[in-house]
Design a protein around this ligand. Structure first.
Ligand code: GLY
Length: 429
């Protein structure tokens, strides 16, 4: 009996040992998994820590507000808007809010974003005054820029300022833009031939991708459903014809208006017909990211990633390109901070749309680097000019707006800061 009891006790001890060993092995496995998890989290943690160390979003936003405190009281003629600050000058050069001037909406747009960020009513009042002054532009059918003009002003007023009464203006504007769609070609005609006599037929430029946002918005807000179809068709046709095999974009395509055949591929603002104009690439990155946001069609996300990855691979150390990538090896060439601001804003959206962590972090990190560079002494206008940013190039090939401050650089910069603020508030990354 005693012997049996001893045998039983030994068996129990062995069993307990086996259980302990099992628990130990499971423990070790769980520990390893949690280490891996920790490592993954730590990679995000490290990115965040680095971000906190070197990137002060609040101070960049405060800089923008300081600049607006200086510029707004000077810009009292509401029939004009600030367009550029020439090299060596401090103050904005204003141009009339003309039906042909594509930049009319950006200054009100800047003010809508500052209102959204600060919730300070004074920026809203300034934005309203400078938006409503050109509501008659809703009937522009002479060119495609109506999207660039109306959406930053009336669209942001609706979205960020709660100005629901802007809806009809936006719907009419979308109708005006849609009237330029040619179903034979499958794109919206950007320019009239009177404006650009070099090209005889149907012209579409890569910049036009940005105008699609107005059509998507209108389709979602009670407008004709054909607005959505036109925007998608334009994006598909542009994806097919406007990009080289390496996912870089031509600037200007001339299509046969009847057959839809591509007749010519050219540039207007780039270095050469076959070169890679930096802001053109930026419009592509922003455009396809936005088209994915509106359609959730994966083919647009994949395309946005392809052109983004190509753009990133071409960047210099400070993440701000020269005005054309094919003159980028010449250190004397002027930068285009506007391209960097457009892409930084797009990348913050893209970082939220991609599924895998690695891509999320890659795009987020690149956006931060761009904003960090733009907000640095090298590119910031603080203490030097009335703009947020310096060193943009509008059209060097045409001999104007070379190494200046540009209002659309400021617009996409403050949009990016607002997007980043919202991402941080959501607690993602
Ligand atoms: N959309 C005109 C430009 O990018 O200069």
């Amino acid at each position: 009996m005693k012997f049996n009891q001893t045998k039983l006790a030994v068996k129990k001890i062995k069993e307990n040992k086996r259980k302990l060993l099992g628990a130990y092995v499971i423990g070790v496995i769980l520990f390893c998994f949690s280490c891996k998890e920790l490592k993954a989290n730590n990679e995000i943690g490290l990115a965040s820590a680095k971000e906190l160390d070197t990137f002060n979003l609040e101070s960049l936003i405060a800089d923008c507000e300081t600049q607006l405190e200086i510029s707004v009281p000077k810009l009292t003629d509401l029939s004009k808007h600030p367009r550029l600050i020439e090299t060596g000058k401090k103050e904005w050069k204003e141009v009339p809010n003309n039906r042909l001037v594509w930049t009319s909406g950006f200054y009100p747009g800047v003010l809508w974003y500052m209102y959204d960020i600060s919730q300070n009513e004074k920026w809203k009042l300034e934005a309203i005054k400078r938006t409503e002054v050109f509501d008659s532009f809703k009937t522009i059918t002479e060119h495609h820029d109506i999207g660039f003009m109306m959406f930053p002003a009336f669209g942001k007023g609706y979205e960020l300022g709660g100005k629901k009464e802007y809806k009809d203006i936006l719907l009419t504007s979308a109708g005006s833009l849609a009237s330029r769609f040619n179903p034979q070609v499958g794109t919206i005609r950007s320019w009239s031939n009177k404006m650009h006599p070099r090209w005889k037929q149907h012209i579409t430029i890569i910049d036009n991708m940005l105008n699609l946002e107005l059509l998507f918005w209108a389709a979602k807000h009670g407008g004709d459903t054909k607005f959505y179809d036109i925007a998608v068709k334009h994006a598909e046709t542009t994806m097919k014809n406007h990009f080289r095999e390496d996912y870089t974009s031509w600037h200007v395509l001339e299509y046969d208006s009847i057959t839809g055949a591509v007749l010519n591929r050219h540039t207007k603002q780039g270095y050469a017909d076959n070169s890679r104009w930096s802001r053109g690439q930026a419009w592509g990155v922003y455009g396809y990211t936005m088209v994915y946001k509106e359609t959730r069609d994966k083919k647009f996300l994949e395309f946005a990633q392809k052109i983004t990855d190509k753009y990133l691979s071409l960047l210099p150390d400070d993440y701000v390109p020269c005005w054309d990538f094919d003159v980028a090896n010449n250190p004397k060439e002027e930068k285009d901070a506007s391209a960097a601001a457009v892409v930084a804003s797009a990348l913050l959206d893209l970082s939220e749309f991609v599924d895998n962590k690695k891509d999320q972090e890659r795009y987020y990190d690149a956006a931060l680097k761009m904003l960090e560079s733009l907000g640095s002494d090298k590119y910031s206008g603080v203490g030097k000019t009335d703009s947020f940013l310096l060193h943009s190039t509008g059209a060097k090939s045409l001999g104007h707006e070379i190494n200046v401050a540009l209002i659309y650089a400021d617009y996409y910069y403050i949009e990016a800061l607002d997007r980043l603020k919202k991402i941080r508030e959501k607690g993602k990354l």
